[in-house]
Design a protein around this ligand. Sequence first.
Ligand code: HEM
Length: 150
Amino acid sequence: MSSIIRFRYLVSVLLVSFLISATPAVAQQKSLYERLGGYDAVSAVIDELMVRLIKDKQLGRFWAHRGDDGIAREKQLVKDFIASKAGGPIVYPGRENKLSHKGMRISQEDWKIFMVHLNGTLDKFQLPPKERNDVLAFIESTKKDIVELP
Ligand code: HEM
């Protein structure tokens, strides 16, 4: 083999191994937002969850006597919050959870009921186990900023 052929051979081997090693890494980098199905999917899940929360006997008090537009605005913000935290191309324009829930006196019991509705909603949309666990883990991570009472 002449040295120029050997050099070309070496370059192609290096190129192929680079491509083989790079491809799975790129494939694994899909964000939770993409894995959930993008904004429409996030939006449908939040619409369903909010209907359940507002109808709930114990949690309904948080939304009692609020105007339709106020609720629509909140829903939009929750969608943007989830979409941006899940890695979507969204800028969340609202307040951070600690500030927006401060003084609502949300209790551990309220949180438990909230999680029952979230689980029921995820059941309805039949999320695959990995995405379901990722969503639940993310929501759990927000609890410290939302629950104020034992
Ligand atoms: C028991 C659980 C929860 C209750 C009772 C609750 C209740 C509320 C209420 C009543 C508002 C409207 C506040 C306002 O208009 O000033 C609100 C806003 C909001 N909530 Fe929650 N929430 C709960 C859990 C969560 C969780 C788990 C998240 C996020 C993962 C979340 C994200 C938000 C966001 C992004 C807003 C809008 C903030 C803004 O107005 O700037 N909430 N929540």
